[in-house]
Design a binder for this molecule. Structure first.
Ligand code: 0O2
Length: 247
């Protein structure tokens, strides 16, 4: 390779690195936000609404494929404006109500701008696909500039996630022409997943009700604080203050 070509390649590589880095930082920011919500929930409600999160940066090859599919010019600004899922965060929740709870909490944050919400739970795709999709923008602060960066967030239950990963595998295995009996079975499986989600949530709500009643009767539990690995007891003097407040 001629030296001038090497130099151009080096400059181009730097540009791509800067471009992808922006999305990586936006993802890290969103992951921290979700982690905080998760811990806060666990501490306040003794319950974790998030099973797990995964994040991914779209590969340059994946970006190129989308550019060709959408007939977009290959410039960084056109890619930024048209490929909205370069940074992707997937949040898997325990129950359907958790999906909306997490979505509302994220949308309410001051530095989050919501660009689009697609509710494939309320309105599933014809193949049975369900998930809540949010396109949001967050500010990323770097040493010499601030950028608004788009992140695609998919929020779904474990059952929806299980279904989507199987469907994705089948779709690729058959190179998009999936036999009709499999499509039919996938649709039935999606309906079963919905029924399972609803049943699990109903059982969960009943058990939570019993748990709360039991805890209310246990004074020791009510006056105990568990934060991180530390356990604190609310001092009696503080508890007296609550009593005197009410008088
Ligand atoms: P990957 O590898 O998961 O990123 P877009 O194509 O994003 O410009 P579209 O089609 O309106 O526009 O996006 P939508 O409906 O929000 O869906 C985008 C992503 O949702 C997909 O990303 C999938 O991850 C997921 N998704 C949507 N529909 C289905 C489906 O029927 N089955 C499965 N398994 N996943 C789905 P990509 O870009 O396809 O791929």
């Amino acid at each position: 390779m001629a030296p001038y070509q090497r130099e151009r390649l080096k400059r181009f590589k730097n540009e791509i690195t800067r471009f992808m880095m922006m999305y990586k930082f936006a993802l890290s920011e969103m992951e921290t936000k979700v982690e905080i919500l998760k811990e806060e929930f666990q501490l306040l409600h003794d319950y974790n609404p998030i099973e797990h999160t995964t994040s991914r940066l779209k590969s340059p090859e994946g970006i190129l494929k989308k550019i060709h599919r959408k007939d977009i010019d290959i410039t960084f600004s056109d890619i930024r404006n048209n490929v909205k899922d370069i940074a992707g965060l997937r949040i898997t929740c325990s129950f359907i109500s958790d999906i909306y709870r997490i979505s509302d909490m994220l949308q309410q944050q001051r530095d989050v701008t919501v660009l689009e919400v697609k509710d494939y739970i309320e309105d599933p795709k014809p193949n049975g696909y369900q998930s809540l999709h949010l396109l949001i923008e967050v500010p990323v602060f770097m040493s010499d500039r601030e950028e608004q960066v788009i992140v695609e967030i998919q929020i779904r239950t474990i059952a929806m996630d299980f279904w989507a990963s199987l469907e994705h595998k089948i779709y690729y295995k058959y190179n998009a022409s999936v036999p009709s009996h499999l499509l039919q079975e996938l649709k039935e499986a999606a309906d079963s997943a919905t029924a399972l989600d609803k049943k699990m949530e109903r059982i969960h709500n009943e058990v939570e009700g019993v748990k709360e009643e039991r805890l209310e009767n246990l004074e020791e539990e009510v006056t105990r604080l568990d934060i991180n690995d530390q356990r604190f007891q609310i001092p009696a003097a503080l508890l007296e203050l609550i009593d005197s407040d009410e008088e």
